[in-house]
Design a binder for this molecule. Structure first.
Ligand code: GLC
Length: 420
């Protein structure tokens, strides 16, 4: 499918702006997003290493003084997106949102460096990048886990990257929508509203955001006061792997890794506290209401990506992962399709997402090569059948959301370049 490889490259280049890349070329996402940019950088690394590094540099240009890397950077403020830069009203050198997103960046950077030789100039650029990522991770450790439990919290569903996942239904249930909210959504004008989050959810997202804003996004205060505070197993799995990859990079670049290495040890131990032996499943924890969250989300299997040192649990996870979707379906649906919350078309409540499949594939590679290959083949097939869409039905493979979606193109390039 050489043709499609070229198309993938063209998709990325078509979405590229000055030093960064939009998630898609329509009006749905008119800014730079954190984890999108990381995935996008991986795609560029297969044909333009400088673009890959530039994408990461631009993202880190938006880093806050305290270390946070925002989930959105508004380089171009002239757009219809809501919440826009004024609704957030924050940022360091670049207007931004006041929350973050899954810190996949160090894992992506390590992949890029494993596959490429860099010259002297690029070495210096990468060293600066690594220092900034270290500061980002230290921000998480300090402010998102003040009790040093080894597990970090997210303070807004958007921080997870799986915005309207049913995982958040219970923690969001009690949130009282702020009175007189006055805003206009643009997303459901660009894409069929059936495929997007509901208005009632959006009202709650905006309510949570407004509370964070009211406290000036002060990381200490908002940890205590945010209306939403969840320890999510998928997010923490990504962070654990990201810390392991960062520790490796710090070694390679002769930088101090003490804080990161110590944290990895605590996480390794305490992530297992989110495992329910009887149910053979991981759960997330709503810290705000002190409740466990059991939702059969594909993100529970991101633990495989974290490479925990526990073969028994890894094996059980793989056994159950194989039952996540039944034979006749495409996989992996973001939510197990026999669960009451499953919706075939609605965003993160059922459809297949290429980045989730990619995380699972990477996690399986060193644990079950045969199944890893099957996941890769299925994922590639979906794209070859339908194109670089944002998400897909697990029942019919029907594509939804944005066309020319950058991370679908990018990760296609990566999957096609992976031998196993
Ligand atoms: C949505 C997704 C999020 C993604 C962003 C841009 O908000 O839920 O994961 O980063 O769009 O593509």
């Amino acid at each position: 499918m050489k043709n499609l490889i070229n198309k993938a490259k063209k998709t990325l280049l078509g979405n590229r702006k000055k030093g960064y890349t939009l998630p898609t070329n329509n009006k749905l996402y008119p800014a730079q997003w954190n984890w999108d940019s990381a995935f996008i950088a991986l795609g560029y690394s297969y044909f333009n290493l400088n673009y890959a590094l530039k994408e990461i540099q631009t993202l880190l240009d938006g880093q806050w003084k305290d270390g946070m890397v925002p989930h959105i950077l508004f380089h171009d403020t002239n757009n219809n997106y809501y919440p826009n830069h004024t609704a957030w009203n924050c940022g360091n050198k670049i207007h931004s949102s006041g929350i973050t997103q899954p810190p996949i960046l160090s894992s992506i950077l390590k992949e890029i460096l494993d596959n490429n030789k860099i010259n002297k100039n690029q070495f210096l650029t990468v060293k600066k990048i690594i220092k900034k990522i270290k500061k980002y991770h230290e921000w998480f450790i300090k402010f998102r886990d003040p009790k040093n439990s080894g597990l970090v919290s997210i303070l807004h569903p958007w921080e997870s990257g799986y915005d309207n996942s049913p995982i958040w239904d219970s923690p969001m249930k009690k949130i009282v929508i702020e009175k007189n909210l006055n805003y206009k959504r643009a997303d459901n004008k660009v894409v069929n509203p059936e495929y997007r989050p509901l208005n009632v959810d959006y009202d709650k997202y905006v309510t949570i955001k407004n509370k964070l804003k009211k406290h000036n996004y002060n990381p200490k205060t908002v940890f205590k006061l945010s209306l939403f505070n969840v320890v999510d197993v998928g997010f923490n799995s990504i962070f654990l792997k990201a810390n392991k990859d960062l520790a490796n990079l710090l070694d390679q670049f002769k930088l101090d890794k003490t804080v990161i290495s110590n944290y990895i040890k605590i996480t390794e131990k305490n992530l297992l506290k989110l495992y329910d032996k009887k149910k053979e499943t991981f759960f997330s924890k709503d810290l705000r209401h002190n409740r466990r969250i059991y939702v059969p989300s594909i993100s529970n299997y991101f633990v495989l990506f974290a490479d925990i040192n526990n073969n028994i649990i890894n094996k059980k996870l793989i056994k159950n992962l194989k039952k996540h979707n039944t034979k006749s379906e495409y996989f992996f649906s973001s939510i197990k399709s026999n669960h009451k919350s499953f919706e075939e078309k609605r965003y993160w409540r059922g459809p297949i997402w290429i980045n989730c499949n990619w995380l699972i594939y990477k996690g399986l590679k060193n644990k079950d090569e045969v199944y890893a290959n099957k996941v890769k083949k299925m994922t590639v097939q979906i794209i070859e059948k339908k194109g670089f869409y944002e998400y897909f039905s697990s029942r019919s493979c029907k594509p939804f959301g944005a066309k020319n979606f950058s991370w679908s193109a990018s990760l296609y390039l990566d999957l096609k370049n992976n031998k196993c």
